[in-house]
Design a protein around this ligand. Structure first.
Ligand code: SF4
Length: 472
């Protein structure tokens, strides 16, 4: 196990971790490879091929822009979202691209950024980068795959870390010497039973293998603040989302309405659900607009975990904001969610292009359910049960974004995922942790179901709502 909680929760930009964050990391990595290899001075031309799902829905997901920004040296965790449009406009107007900000080469998108319908062998989200010298001879070529959640691998299947000059914490990429290694739900439970530690405490000990406990806490709270910032910006932003459908942003109006009519909450005990919906929609509208969000574990599913965490902080916790008790609860929530996310990453997939939306919103729901059960006092068995319920009732969920945009059904789907997670935690906490379907069994089923799913339902926008709802 070499996945850190900070691999699952990464600060980035919208709208997609697999189609925006991953390609930006891959493109920058290729430029760094050129810098370290033949040298940027030798490069006279660049060409990029996008394959499979990156080709099918890449424009709607911003893959084209992400590749240009990555080649120019930008990183998803540090780029200022307000810089993106002017930078892209300058590249397009000048038909040149400044590699890592050091070497200007011609770049005409129609000729040098090519969308290929077929898929490369390792994963539906494949990319191939080429560099040429003054004679037009290819001097470097690299394949990368964006395998979901902002994770990138190369043609050898090796993980590509966003490491060169990156502010992204990430893992150290090795697991030797981890005090409590686990790959499955059964192993996690066995570790808890053997040590008497909770999943969050096990995770904290494992993270301390890579960085100090104080640094772990600092970074977890930075993740939380970024999530909270996305909710706040989403609640303050009006107008329409990018794209031809002109989807109206709804979070700001809902927020105004909820604040203006507090007495309605007294009449309707379920109005708390309106707030949970609001948190999720605010984040996903921000994501769809290309804003700053946390990949949790993907961008398409970025609203579920912040929504459930806000529900916990605002409605259940009762501790003063910024207090140690408040921060302890937030850290426990994120560490537990991370422990569950690792099991999915190790045994299945976080990629809508590989297994459908069950691998994005389904996984986020499962992580959030287990995390909520943990901070509500659940035992390790109840936490595992909550995570299992959170996935069991998302099995088979397809990915069919209308217009190739991460808007419909994605925004509402996150709200539904958050509500399901809360219910899953509550069901698990009413039991004793004993249950028939284990988390490992449901993850295996999710992966098999994803493999059997027709390609048109896996982030290609060639099936489901994507073909039955006509773009205007
Ligand atoms: S339908 Fe689900 S998997 Fe597909 S883009 Fe939307 S959130 Fe991601």
């Amino acid at each position: 196990m070499s996945v850190s909680v900070f691999d699952l929760f990464k600060i980035g930009i919208g709208p997609s971790s697999s189609h925006t964050v991953g390609p930006m990391i891959a493109a920058r990595q290729f430029a760094c490879h050129l810098q370290a290899g033949p040298g940027l001075a030798a490069v006279q031309g660049i060409a990029v091929e996008l394959f499979g799902s990156l080709s099918a829905t890449g424009v709607g997901h911003g893959t084209d822009k992400a590749v240009l920004l990555g080649l120019a040296g930008f990183e998803p965790d540090t780029i200022d979202p307000d810089q993106i449009d002017p930078t892209i406009a300058a590249i397009r107007a000048s038909q040149t691209l400044n590699l890592l900000g050091e070497r200007t080469v011609p770049f005409i998108e129609k000729e040098h950024l090519l969308f290929r319908r077929k898929s490369l062998p390792l994963h539906p989200n494949g990319m191939c980068f080429h560099a040429f010298d003054a004679q037009g001879t290819e001097i470097a070529q690299r394949e990368y795959y964006s395998v979901g959640g902002g994770f990138v691998i190369d043609a050898a299947g090796e993980r590509v870390l966003n490491q060169v000059g990156s502010a992204q914490p990430g893992s150290a990429g090795h697991a030797q010497g981890l005090p409590h290694p686990f790959r499955t739900g059964a192993e996690l439970l066995a570790q808890c039973q053997a040590t008497g530690l909770s999943p969050a405490q096990l995770m904290a000990a494992n993270e301390a293998h890579w960085r100090s406990a104080a640094e772990v806490r600092r970074q977890l709270l930075a993740i939380w603040r970024t999530m909270a910032g996305a909710v706040q910006r989403g609640c303050a932003s009006t107008g329409h989302l990018p794209g031809p459908m002109r989807v109206r942003r709804r979070a700001a109006e809902l927020h105004r309405n909820l604040k203006a009519h507090p007495e309605a909450a007294l009449r309707d005990p379920l109005s708390m659900l309106d707030w949970v919906n609001l948190y999720a929609m605010a984040v996903n509208e921000e994501n769809a607009a290309g804003g700053r969000v946390v990949t949790a574990p993907t961008n398409g599913a970025a609203g579920v975990i912040p929504a459930v965490l806000h529900y916990y902080v605002n409605f259940l916790q009762g501790a003063r904001e910024g207090s140690a008790a408040n921060e302890d609860g937030i850290a426990t929530f994120l560490l537990t969610a991370g422990a569950i996310g690792i099991i999915y990453k190790e045994n299945a997939s976080l990629s809508g292009a590989e297994v459908g939306c069950q691998g994005e919103v389904g996984v986020a729901c499962s992580m959030a359910a287990g995390a909520l059960a943990a901070v509500m006092g659940g035992t390790p068995e109840q936490i595992e049960n909550a995570a299992e319920i959170g996935m069991e009732h998302n099995l088979g969920m397809t990915c069919d974004p209308v217009g190739g945009l991460v808007q419909i059904p994605c925004i509402e789907r996150n709200a539904m995922g958050a509500i399901k997670a809360i219910n899953a935690a509550r069901m698990a906490l009413r039991g004793d942790g004993q249950h028939v379907v284990s988390l490992d069994k449901v993850i295996k089923t999710m992966m098999q179901t994803g493999a059997d799913m027709k390609v048109k339902y896996k982030e290609t926008s060639r099936g489901g709502l994507a073909v039955n709802v006509v773009e205007c």
